[in-house]
Design a protein around this ligand. Structure first.
Ligand SMILES: [Zn+2]
Length: 382
């Protein structure tokens, strides 16, 4: 099968969004090759910290137009999986802070769920916009929405992906009515030690704290009304609620020492993750014993990067949409089609820590298969 070409994503220059500083301190650099439906992409990730304010981000940043093409070609998340966010918490914040009931917009909604259904009960009109073309969108783009027309706009775990934060927030501000509300959820830097995925995901170009986000948003005319971890719909982030207002003056945070320590604590956990990955790779490349790898995802993609799995290795995923996930490098079987491989497997590599206990339990009840602890590798620490 054809190997798709590797597309290095062009880089655009970038200064600190929080304080404008251009002289930045390097924290962690790496290159990562990502696979999408029809392409391969080279991400050159350069994480830095601003010595003035402590904002952590990636300059030069991946070109915005190319990134949209990358997301458009990406696999839709959550396909056949349960939602990983708390709908009640989202609705609670919306009901508490958004007074108008005419138009609500969600940016980056990905697959529609009962969350969107419940929104339509609260507002006369709900628009969703998703750059991933394989997902559902009800409007073509934010630029198709009229000025001063929206009561509330929300973006959940979107802004950490956005290279031009100022431009993105200006658009949010433009479409909101005077006094309109913007709800933003993003990963929280201080939690990276417990949740490394926001740190190691190559797509993330911003690593926020509550104060750096508030400072950046203030410059685009957003006044902070509320910020907390408790009301955030995912455990590794925070929610901030802003009101559209005239440009707001806030002081630049002084978080250099703290943010650098928090980033490095996360990086130490990430190093452990990479060690587990390394040991699993050794198993895959050197052992002749039958091995099953569970889940076709970013983790197994990293595991198999540059590896052509041999006959003794089988990747299993319960989603039928994943069968070409590795673009021909390796087939992905659904559990029922892999009964033989499951029965004779000597090792299992679980690439999804969150579902690992359920998967091991199901293997025992549905296939009568169990593994000794020394034969189990779990490499996803999310
Ligand atoms: Zn700065």
């Amino acid at each position: 099968m054809r190997q798709p070409r590797v597309t290095p994503i062009p880089l655009d220059p970038r200064v600190c969004d929080c304080c404008g500083e251009q002289s930045l301190e390097s924290l962690w650099n790496y290159d990562h090759e990502a696979v999408t439906i029809s392409d391969r992409w080279l991400f050159r990730v350069r994480n830095v910290i601003c010595p003035e304010c402590g904002f952590v981000f990636t300059p030069p940043v991946l070109n915005g137009a190319e990134l949209l093409r990358y997301y458009g070609d990406s696999f839709t998340r959550f396909e056949g999986q349960s939602l990983d966010y708390d709908i009640e918490k989202r609705l609670c914040v919306i009901e508490q802070f958004i007074a108008g009931r005419e138009l609500f917009v969600e940016v980056g909604s990905n697959l529609m769920s009962s969350f969107q259904d419940q929104l339509t009960a609260l507002f006369e009109q709900v628009l969703t916009h998703e750059p991933n073309q394989s997902a559902d969108s009800s409007c073509d783009g934010i630029d198709s929405i009229a000025d001063d027309s929206v009561d509330g706009i929300a973006h959940y775990f979107v802004l950490e992906h956005v290279p031009d934060i100022a431009g993105f927030l200006r658009e949010m501000n433009r479409v909101l009515r005077s006094g309109g509300i913007m709800i933003c959820e993003v990963p929280l830097l201080s939690l990276y030690e417990d949740y490394i995925s926001p740190l190691i995901l190559h797509e993330h170009v911003n690593h926020f704290t509550q104060d750096t986000l508030a400072c950046i948003a203030a410059k685009q005319g957003f006044e902070l009304l509320h910020s907390s971890q408790e009301k955030c719909s995912r455990p590794f982030g925070f929610v901030s609620v802003f009101r559209k207002s005239s440009p707001v003056q806030v002081s630049v945070p002084k978080e250099y020492e703290r943010n650098k320590a928090q980033f490095n604590n996360g990086k130490r956990q990430a190093d452990l993750y990479f060690q587990r990955m390394h040991s699993a790779r050794e198993l895959v490349t050197q052992s002749d014993d039958p091995i099953i790898i569970w889940a076709a995802n970013e983790t197994s993609n990293r595991l198999l990067e540059g590896v052509i799995p041999r006959e003794n290795v089988c990747v299993i995923d319960s989603s039928s949409g994943k069968k070409d996930f590795f673009s021909g490098r390796c087939a992905v079987l659904q559990p029922n089609a892999a009964r033989k491989q499951i029965a004779k497997a000597e090792y299992i590599i679980l690439c999804t820590q969150r579902h690992a206990p359920t998967i091991l339990q199901n293997l025992e009840t549905e296939y009568g298969k169990s593994f000794e602890e020394s034969r189990i590798r779990i490499i996803d620490r999310l």
